[in-house]
Design a binder for this molecule. Structure first.
Ligand code: KGJ
Length: 463
C-alpha cells in the first residue's frame, strides 16, 4: 500500500527525535497493564517488540509505503503464536504505540500536516495490524481442520491448515509428476491420481502440505478438485507455511503442485471474487497478501512448475525469485476472459519481467505462453525434462541454501524495492482506480463470472 500523503521529510525527523520517549511511554503503559492483568511476554521481550515496531514505522515513513511493516508483522504473529502468546496481547502493543505516537505527533506537527501525519500512522499500523491478525487467525483457526486446537506448539512448528509430510523421499523423490492433459476427463483422472497419491501422513482437509529437508522448505499445493485455485484458505495456508518456515530459519523455499497434477494452479478462486461494487483484487485480497508474503520472504522462493498456470497464479510465479519448469508448463494471464480489471500493482509485476507488447498480447488474448517461449523470455530460469525437474530444482535450492542468508535477504529486499519503485502522482493513481471501478462495476464483469460458473463462453457488450 502506497502512503498517499506527500510527507514532509520533517516527519521522519520528528519520529527520530521522539523515539526514546515514545518507546519509553508505550512500555510504561504496557508494564502497568502487566501489573494489573499479567502479560505473557517478559519486559525484555516487550521492549524488543516495541523498538522493532517503532523502527518499522520509521522505515515505512522513509520508504513511502507500508510494505516494511507487513512481513515483520506476519513474523511477529508466527513467533508469538509459537510462543503461545495470545493475539490480544500482541495487538495491545500496536494500540498502545499508536496512542502514544498520536499524542507526540499531534504536539509536534502543526496545522494541515497534523491530519495527514495522524492518518499516516493509522495507515501504517493498520497494515501491520491487518497482517498480524490475518497470519494469527490463519495459524489459529482452520475450520474442519483436525489439527485445530492442537496448535500452541512449544516452538515453531508446521502452520495449521497445512500438513507437514516430513518424509524426504515422499516430497522430493516421490515419482515424477505425470503429464495429465486437460479437459473434463483430465479432471477425473486427477481426482483419482490425487486420492491414490496421498500419503498416510496427509490430512484430507489440507490444501497445502509442507516438508523441510535440511534447510530447504517445500510447500505443495494440493487442492486437486479445484485445480489449486487460490482462495482465502489456500492463500492463508501458504502465508502461514511461509511464516512457520521463516521462524524455522529455512533458507530456500520451493513451491510446487502435488505430484500428478496437470494444472499447477488455476489462479484466483473465481468463486471467491466479489460480484461487483468491490475491487476484486484489492490490497486485502488473500492472493494479494500471499504475493506480498512471497516477495518479502527473506530468502529465495522457487516456483517449480509442472503443468499449467493461470491468471493470478502467474502473478504468483512471477513473484517467486526463480522459476524451474518442465515441458508441460504453460503460463496464461486471463482477466480479459472474466472482464476483470487487473490491479496496478499486479501489472507492475509483469512490466518488470516481460516486454510490453508481449504483456499486452498475453492480457488481451489470454493465450498461454508455452514452456519454451517462457524459457526464451526468462519467465523460466531452467527448463528441464520432467524426469529431471525435482533434482534440478532441489539442486538449485540447496546451492542457494548454502550461501549467506543475510546477504541474500538484503539483496532480495533491495531488488524488490528497486523493481517496485514507481513514483506515481496521487491523482493519476486515483484516475486509474476510477477506470478500474467502472470495469468491475460493469455488467460485463458480472457476465464474465456468471459465464465461468455456467461453464460457457461469456458474451461481452462493453457495458
Ligand atoms: N476458481 C474456482 N474454481 C475453479 C477454478 C478457479 N480459478 N478453476 C477451476 N475451478 C473448478 C471448476 O469450476 C471445477 O469445479 C473444478 O475446478 C475443475 O475444473 O465444476 P466443479 O467441479 O465444481 P475443470 O474446468 O473441470 O478442470 P479441467 O478440465 O482440468 O480444466 C482446468 C482449467 C484450469 C483449464 C480450467 O479449470 C480453467 O480454465 N479454470 C480457470 C482458469 C483461469 O482462467 N483462472 C484465472 C482466474 N483469474 C485470476 O486468477 C485473476 C486474478 N484474474 O485477474 O483473472
Amino acid at each position: 500500500m502506497e502512503i498517499s500523503a506527500q510527507l514532509p521529510a520533517e516527519i521522519s525527523a520528528v519520529l527520530a527525535d521522539a523515539r526514546d520517549r515514545v518507546v519509553g511511554e508505550a512500555l510504561a503503559t504496557l508494564n502497568e497493564r502487566d501489573q494489573a492483568g499479567g502479560l505473557a511476554s517478559s519486559p525484555a521481550e516487550r521492549r524488543q517488540d516495541m523498538e522493532h515496531l517503532f523502527e518499522l514505522i520509521q522505515r515505512c515513513v522513509h520508504e513511502g509505503h507500508c510494505e516494511p511493516i507487513i512481513g515483520p508483522s506476519q513474523q511477529m504473529a508466527a513467533d508469538h503464536f509459537a510462543a503461545g502468546i495470545e493475539i490480544a496481547e500482541v495487538q495491545t502493543a500496536f494500540t498502545v504505540l499508536e496512542d502514544v505516537l498520536w499524542r507526540h505527533l499531534a504536539d509536534a506537527v502543526s496545522g494541515d500536516q497534523r491530519l495527514d501525519t495522524l492518518r499516516l500512522v493509522n495507515v501504517i499500523l493498520g497494515a501491520g495490524r491487518d497482517a498480524l491478525a490475518r497470519t494469527y487467525v490463519s495459524l489459529a483457526s482452520h475450520p474442519g481442520d483436525p489439527l485445530q486446537g492442537q496448535l500452541v506448539p512449544p516452538g515453531p512448528g508446521p502452520a495449521p491448515g497445512v500438513t507437514e509430510t516430513g518424509g524426504t523421499s515422499e516430497t522430493r523423490t516421490g515419482g515424477n509428476a505425470g503429464n495429465g492433459g486437460s479437459g473434463g476427463s483430465a479432471r477425473r483422472a486427477e481426482d483419482e491420481r490425487g486420492a491414490a497419491g496421498r500419503g498416510a501422513a496427509s490430512d484430507e482437509h489440507s490444501v497445502v502440505h509442507t516438508a523441510i529437508h535440511g534447510q530447504v522448505g517445500v510447500i505443495t499445493l494440493d487442492d486437486r478438485h479445484k485445480r489449486n485455485a487460490i482462495g482465502a484458505r489456500m492463500a492463508n495456508s501458504i502465508v502461514a507455511a511461509l511464516g512457520s518456515m521463516q521462524a524455522r530459519k529455512v533458507r530456500t523455499v520451493v513451491i510446487r503442485a502435488a505430484a500428478g497434477m496437470s494444472v499447477w494452479s488455476a489462479g484466483h478462486d473465481i468463486d471467491e471474487l466479489p460480484r461487483g461494487r468491490r475491487d476484486p483484487l484489492g490490497y486485502d485480497d488473500p492472493l494479494e497478501g500471499l504475493l506480498r508474503a512471497i516477495r518479502t520472504f527473506p530468502a529465495p522462493v522457487v516456483a517449480m512448475v509442472h503443468g499449467t498456470v493461470w491468471g493470478g497464479a502467474l502473478d504468483l510465479v512471477l513473484s517467486c525469485d526463480l522459476v524451474t519448469a518442465d515441458e508441460t508448463a504453460s503460463f496464461a494471464i486471463t482477466p480479459a476472459n472474466l472482464g476483470l480489471p487487473y490491479n496496478t500493482t499486479g501489472l507492475l509485476h509483469f512490466v518488470g519481467r516481460l516486454p510490453i507488447n508481449l504483456i499486452k498480447e498475453m492480457f488481451f488474448t489470454a493465450a498461454p505462453l508455452n514452456a519454451r517461449e517462457a524459457k526464451e523470455l526468462m519467465v523460466v530460469n531452467h527448463l528441464v525434462p520432467t524426469a529431471e525437474l525435482e533434482a534440478a530444482t532441489f539442486g538449485l535450492a540447496e546451492t542457494m541454501a548454502a550461501k549467506s542468508p543475510m546477504a541474500m535477504a538484503v539483496i532480495k529486499e533491495q531488488l524488490r524495492v528497486l523493481t517496485d519503485y514507481q513514483p506515481i502522482a496521487a491523482q493519476v493513481y486515483e484516475r486509474l482506480q476510477g477506470l478500474r471501478r467502472q470495469a468491475y462495476d460493469s455488467s460485463d464483469y458480472l457476465e464474465g463470472l456468471k459465464a465461468f460458473t455456467e461453464k460457457r463462453k461469456p458474451v461481452f457488450r462493453g457495458t
